[in-house]
Design a protein around this ligand. Structure first.
Ligand code: FAD
Ligand code: SIN
Length: 531
């Protein structure tokens, strides 16, 4: 088997992986593996922007307060304070790397507003913030000779062994499948950064691109790392209807500029539901939409942009304007039909504020990580911020202690020798589709004990079948992803079953209230343990 040796292995080429790679390269040799093309990431699709305390009327305490209010009691307040404090410096750094954010006349950064924010504080590049960030970071990476990027390389499992100098379990890199040749390759590294993003693709309707299948959570869990708060899956209230494939997101910034949600009969949807109306936090808005659709049998609700001048619509939201126009909707004159869609994983691999997981040598940052910032519900535009702040902190630690591979290690589950049978692709596709339907129906916006029990039962059966195939067959990227999608979904459902209350994004009709006595704490799962 081919072996590559490096100081630092980064798995994933979104904002978390790329910004980390740029910071450690130089003192360290860095390899980035990414499972498709380098720009394939959720980062590339981010719209609204990055939250940071920049406006004259803003203060760190206000951003902290808004973040804690959204998080419904589970945010780690000290970690949030650090996130907010470091935000402006990380924004300046992105600008130094070449990111061109939108500006007002006079050269000041233009600041947008989104749900749950008490001030305008969203730094953006029109409504394609993520594409601009990804472009600039990739250009900086390409110019750095200490970073090598391997496209079409999908990490299959982490390598973990015993560190001879300390006797502790340590991550020593990853087993990776080269999709072009079908060859398994070992990447050995002193440090491994997991930056694999989220798992929106576990749901029938999602804003996420097809890379988002929970590979990082599943690999880390199999390797023995703790995962945390996975029941808190954020549904974005406004995806363009019909929300098929990678649904087109209608940024919350549109509501920040004055757009209002209405039932299709014209009644304002959020009137009397929340004092912030259409700009209430996402958990509240998405749940109100889901329940309204269920009660009335309507296929969607309307987002009414009539309070926004037509010129502002075109200038501020050129991407959304063009996407809707292509589908025959002129948003300067007509409302947009919208529905909720799975959008963001607030939970993930548990880390401290330096990106360290519970396995030595294994770091995690970005959407795959759970730092304690988001609690039970992420405040809009805090996730790009979280990714750069904690990648930066992790990079500082690694720069203090650059090291080569410390220990030999075996992958936990070697794959088999059989080629896939002719029906394998169709079978895996059908199983993936069944999983997405199951998660949407049983572990979505509104849950119940019975639905979650049904989901766990069916996911366990899918896991048994898939693990047998995985053990027997030659490595295949489709099977690698399906296996991870099932593992991660099962962790979501197990976490949701443990939390017998409703809080933030987790809402169950059988336990509709908060129970601070028993559940004012994180949901932590380690392999072979219950939360
Ligand atoms: P990603 O950007 O998703 O990158 C993950 C990388 O890992 C990809 O390169 C992927 O190919 C790779 N990868 C995954 N598994 C493997 C594997 N097994 N082997 C090798 N490579 C692998 N957040 C905000 O703060 N503001 C916004 O305005 C905003 N808008 C959004 C709009 C949309 C449509 C979406 C989907 C999300 C939005 N978010 C927003 C959320 C935010 O974009 C993501 O949380 C963030 O970009 C995640 O960055 P990341 O680096 O952690 O992961
Ligand atoms: C959006 O633009 O509405 C997405 C922002 C986010 O997910 O933080």
């Amino acid at each position: 088997m081919t072996v590559h040796e490096t100081d630092v292995l980064v798995i994933g080429s979104g904002i978390a992986g790329l910004s980390f790679a740029l910071k450690v390269a130089g003192p360290a040799r860095v390899v980035v593996v990414t499972k498709k093309q380098r720009a394939d990431s959720s980062t590339n699709w981010a719209q609204g922007g990055i939250a940071a305390v920049i406006g004259d009327d803003d203060r760190p305490e206000l951003h902290v307060r808004d973040t804690l209010a959204a998080g419904a009691g589970l945010c780690h307040a000290d970690v949030v304070a650090g996130l907010v404090r470091d935000g402006p410096a990380r924004i300046r750094e992105l600008i130094d790397w070449g990111v061109r954010f939108s500006e007002e006349a006079g050269g000041r950064l233009s600041l947008g507003r989104e749900g749950g924010h008490s001030r305008r504080r969203i730094v953006h590049a029109a409504d394609r913030t993520g594409r601009e960030i990804e472009r600039a970071l990739l250009a900086a990476v390409e110019a750095d000779p200490a970073i090598e990027v391997f496209e079409d390389h999908i990490a299959v499992d982490l390598l973990v062994g015993e560190d001879p100098s300390t006797g502790e379990r340590r991550c020593a890199g990853a087993l990776v499948l080269d999709r072009r040749t079908g060859e398994l390759v070992r990447f050995h590294a002193g440090w491994t950064m997991l930056a694999t993003g989220g798992f929106g693709r576990a749901y029938r309707h999602t804003t996420n691109p097809d890379i988002a299948v929970g590979d990082g959570v599943a690999m880390a869990y199999r390797a023995g790392a703790a995962v945390m708060n996975l029941e808190f899956v954020q549904f974005h209230p406004t995806a363009l209807y019909p929300a098929e494939g990678r649904a087109v997101l209608i940024s919350e910034a549109v509501r920040g500029e004055g757009a209002v949600l209405r039932r299709i009969d014209g009644k304002p949807l959020m009137e009397g539901v929340h004092p912030l109306g259409s700009l209430a936090t996402r958990d509240v808005v998405a749940r109100t939409i889901a329940m309204t659709l269920r009660e009335r049998g309507d296929p969607y609700v309307h987002l009414d942009l009539s309070p926004i001048p037509a010129e502002t619509v075109e200038r501020r939201f050129p991407y959304i304007f063009a996407e809707c126009l292509e589908r025959g909707i002129d948003i300067r004159r007509e409302p947009i039909p919208v529905v909720p869609a799975a959008h963001y994983a607030c939970g993930g691999v548990r880390t401290d504020e330096f990106g360290r997981t519970t396995i030595a040598g294994l770091l995690a940052a970005g959407e795959v990580a759970c730092t304690g910032v988001h609690g039970a519900n992420r405040l809009a535009s805090n996730s790009l911020l979280e990714a750069v702040v904690f990648s930066h902190r992790a990079a500082e630690r690694v720069r203090e202690e650059v090291r080569a591979t410390p220990c030999p290690a075996e992958p936990p589950c070697p794959t088999g020798r059989q080629g896939p049978d002719p029906e394998a692709g169709t079978r895996w596709e059908a199983r993936g589709a069944a999983l997405r339907d199951l998660m949407w129906e049983c572990a979505g916006i509104v849950r119940s004990d019975e639905l979650l029990a049904r989901a766990e039962h069916r996911l366990r059966a899918m896991k048994r079948e898939t693990e047998l195939e995985f053990a027997a067959m030659l490595p295949d990227a489709r099977l690698v992803e399906l296996r991870n999608l099932i593992e991660t979904s099962l962790l979501v459902v197990r976490s949701a079953r443990w939390r017998r209350e409703s809080r933030g994004l987790h809402y169950t009709i059988d336990h509709p209230y908060r129970d601070n006595e028993r559940y004012l704490r994180d949901t932590v799962i380690e392999r072979r343990q219950d939360p």
